[in-house]
Design a protein around this ligand. Structure first.
Ligand code: PBG
Ligand code: ZN
Length: 322
C-alpha cells in the first residue's frame, strides 16, 4: 500500500512538499478611475471595490505599491462618450491623466492600460457600430490611436480587450512606428462572452446599450477555438496572452500553458469576485480560504500572472503563509 498520508502529517511536512505557491509579484490589481465623481464611490455589486476620482487615488496606489504586488490594470470612465469613443484616444482623457499621475508618484509600479472602446462609446460596444453591427476593421485604427495614447501617457503594458480580429498586429505596428518598441502587449486572447462580467459593467459603466458581445467575444463552449485565438495573437506579436474569466476556464489556461512558451495571464473577473464576497458576507464560506484556494488553482492550472480584485487581501495572506 502506498501511504500518501505520510507526507501530510503536519504543516511543516505539507509545506515542504507543496507544489504550487502563490507569489505577490504575479498579482495585478484592477482599478476604476472616473471623471464623474468627486469622492471614492462604492460599486454596489463589487463589495470592497470603488471608483476613484484622480485626486483620491494616492492612498490606494500607495497601498498597492506597499503590498508587493506588481501593478495595476487601469479602467477609465470618461465624462463624454460618443460614437467614435473620442476620449479613449484623447491625450488628456481621464485614463491618460490617471496613468501619468500614477507613474509620476510611483514610477516602479507597473501600469497596464486596458485598451477597448466600450467605456468610451455612447452605445457601450467594444467597437465602431454601424446599422446595429459591430464593425471589425474600422475599429482597428481607433484601438491603435488609443494604445499609442496610453503608451505616451506612460503605460508599461498595453492590454487590448476588445476581441476584434487583427488588433494585436495593428497595435504592434502602431506602437513601433511611434517609438514604443519596448512596450509589451498583453492580449486578452481567449476572452469569452461571459455572464461573469456583469458586476464589472456597473463598475465601468460599459454595458452595451443594445444586443450583446457574442459576435466578437468567444462562445464559452469552445476550447479548440480558444487555442487558435491564442496562436493567432502570438503570431501577431503578443508578448503575454490572457485567458478570461479564470475559474470556469482552467482547462483553457492549462492547455495554453502546455502548448505555448510565453507568459500566460488569467483574469479572475468581477463575477468570480462578487460570488466569493457575497457568500463570505453571508457567513457561508471562509473568505480567506476560498480566495487562496481559487488563486492557487488558477496558478496550478498554468497561469503565470493573475489579475484579481482580491490582490490586496491576497498579498497580506500570502505574507502570513510564506
Ligand atoms: C472591456 C472589459 C470587460 C472586462 C475587462 N475589460 C468587460 C466586457 O467585456 O464586457 C471584464 C472584467 C471583469 O468582469 O472583471 N472590454
Ligand atoms: Zn470592451
Amino acid at each position: 500500500m502506498q501511504r500518501f498520508r505520510r507526507l501530510r502529517t503536519n504543516e511543516a511536512m505539507r509545506k515542504m512538499v507543496r507544489e504550487t505557491r502563490l507569489c505577490k509579484s504575479e498579482l495585478i490589481y484592477p482599478i476604476f478611475i472616473s471623471e464623474n465623481i468627486s469622492k471614492p464611490t462604492i460599486i454596489e455589486s463589487m463589495p470592497g471595490i470603488f471608483q476613484y476620482p484622480i485626486k483620491d487615488l494616492y492612498e490606494l496606489i500607495k497601498q498597492v505599491s506597499d503590498s508587493g504586488i506588481s501593478g495595476v490594470l487601469i479602467f477609465g470612465i470618461p465624462k463624454e462618450k460618443d460614437e467614435q469613443a473620442s476620449s479613449a484616444y484623447d491625450d488628456n482623457g481621464i485614463t491618460q491623466q490617471a496613468i501619468r499621475y500614477i507613474k509620476s508618484e510611483f514610477p516602479h509600479l507597473l501600469v497596464i492600460a486596458d485598451v477597448c472602446l466600450c467605456e468610451y462609446t455612447s452605445h457601450g460596444h467594444c467597437g465602431v457600430v454601424k446599422d446595429g453591427i459591430i464593425l471589425n476593421d474600422p475599429t482597428l485604427p481607433l484601438l491603435c490611436k488609443m494604445a499609442v495614447s496610453m503608451a505616451k501617457a506612460g503605460a508599461d503594458i498595453i492590454a487590448p480587450s476588445d476581441m476584434m480580429d487583427g488588433r494585436v498586429a495593428a497595435i504592434r505596428s502602431s506602437l513601433d512606428e511611434n517609438g514604443f518598441l519596448y512596450t509589451p502587449i498583453m492580449s486578452y486572447s481567449a476572452k469569452f462572452a461571459s455572464v461573469y462580467y456583469t458586476p464589472f459593467r456597473d463598475a465601468a459603466q460599459s454595458a452595451p446599450a443594445f444586443g450583446d458581445r457574442k459576435t466578437y467575444q468567444m462562445d464559452p463552449a469552445n476550447a479548440k477555438e480558444a487555442l487558435r485565438e491564442i496562436a493567432d495573437d502570438i503570431e501577431e506579436g503578443a508578448d503575454i496572452v490572457m485567458v478570461k474569466p479564470a475559474l470556469p476556464y482552467l482547462d483553457i489556461i492549462h492547455a495554453a500553458s502546455k502548448r505555448y512558451d510565453l507568459p500566460i495571464a488569467a483574469y479572475n473577473v468581477s463575477g468570480e469576485y462578487s460570488m466569493v464576497k457575497a457568500a463570505s458576507q453571508l457567513g457561508w464560506i471562509d473568505e480567506k480560504r476560498v480566495v487562496m484556494e481559487n488563486l492557487t488553482s488558477i496558478k496550478r492550472a498554468g497561469a503565470n500572472i493573475i489579475i484579481t480584485y482580491h490582490a490586496l487581501d491576497a498579498a497580506k495572506w500570502i505574507d502570513k503563509e510564506n
